[in-house]
Design a protein around this ligand. Sequence first.
Ligand code: HEM
Length: 532
Amino acid sequence: DNSFAAHAANQFSQYETDRQMKSTDALYATSNGVPMPHPYETQRVGENGPLLLQDFHLIDLLSHFDRERIPERVVHAKGGGAHGFFECTNPIPDLTQLDLFSAKSKKCPVTVRFSTVGGEAGSHDLARDPRGFAVKFRTEDGNWDLVANNTPVFFLRDPAKFPHFIHTQKRDPSTHLGSGDDSTIFWDYLCNNPESVHQVMVLLGDRGIPDGWRFMHGYSGHTLKLVNKAGDWVYCQIHMKSMQGAKFITQADSATKSPDFSQKDLYDAIERGEYPKWSVEVQTMTPKQAEELWERQRINVFDLTHVWPQAQFPRKKVGEFTLNENAVNYFAEIEQAAFNPAHMPPGIEPSADPVLQSRLFSYPDTHRHRIGPNYQQLPVNAPRTGFRFANFQRDGSMAFYNQGARPNFLSSIDPIQFRDRTVDLDKTHGHFTGHAITFLSEIRPEDFNGPRALWQNVWDEPARERFISNVAGKMALCREKEFLKRQIAIFREVDSDIADRLEKATGVKGYDGIKELRFNGTHNGMANDPKL
Ligand code: HEM
């Protein structure tokens, strides 16, 4: 069949064959499919003359090579992942209309990418750094991306601080030196933004270096909303609990491992048939409980430097996912994967958390830049809906699936179909919990409750000692004593024991507390002088 239709159909069906193709079954050819006798031939004028512009084979080769690199992720550049599936074990249709959570045994394919945050694509994957934990659930109602970390809290609650904070982890604009041997700007940022202290404790504590990706939990961190069929909703936090257990590795041991330790550990485990699994669990809270939590315990659900107390808001298991398939082609299936917190099928919605709200913009924005405007058409990103979907987006570079002859506008002759709205918009969107955004940049006594609980109730004595040693080690690389005095004062607000031990370990006498301090990035709501 010589029709274009037959050719195009063949192209689509070739995808899986190409993915599994062996060299012994393939004939060497240029990108337009013209066979060549050998890859090392060039067309040349005479024996020692210049090359010819007509040598398409060589130009084809070199020009594609010249374009091999796409921008690496601006954060989370070093990572790896795998494919697998999710299965619902304990449906929660009373809480959410999310198709995936609607019935026992409901399954969908997933792709997961794990990463470190600050380092470049070739950096060490056992760096002391939060770990990214991004999951793409290909549900029947479109893709849901849970773009999470392995820590329940974060360094900031004001999105405008994110580029500032991240820049302190990147290369110096003048010397081009990395921050590994000099922690001065790291402490400069942190000692001026004390709301980071909860995450700093997690980072410099045992959980700062997980023993490979298989042995760490994931957390949405942000408060999200679950909306049921009636339009009633609750706030939720999502946890992904490693069914292998959580394990960590010490600073000293991490230095003896390969820079691709976590990548290899995951890849090899899957090849051995030891498929890692995570249990997906939710904490939920009504809007009224959220108001009360603020009134009584000063925990703001839109502030991701705080956690929800698990005794008050217990976790409920919903399902499990298993990673049982390594990528066949890393670039196509993991590097070009585009995870976006704004990808939410009906039943799950963003809360008003300002950091989450900003992320909803930032991810698809970077994807258009990093991969191109039609990145959603790539197989790893393409949804696998339970219906045929179509829309009015057309053209742009690399428009592979360009929706054929269908009208590119809302046509009355060839009308597209719509799903009826199921929820009462007034119910889901008519309510916002107050208070949250009034103190984005104000530090308050309750900011120290979470880290204090870590120090006093969660960690045992050896864990505390490792934390002090990790912080002191990092402080030894700081050129500016003033930053250390301030950071010790911040730790003193968490627990004076931490400050005393750090003073001993570093020989630096910290300030008594933060009451007299002015912060560069944060209004000091605990200051004696209200102008601070
Ligand atoms: C990656 C922005 C906070 C988790 C990224 C990327 C950007 C970004 C631009 C690169 C995405 C790509 O190239 O595909 C931001 C901004 C934040 C923020 C502006 C705050 C204002 C967070 C938080 C979490 C998080 C709070 C976790 C709770 C991740 C993960 C990735 C990522 C897991 C890697 C995704 C992948 O593996 O492809 N972030 N981020 N980020 N971010 Fe964030």
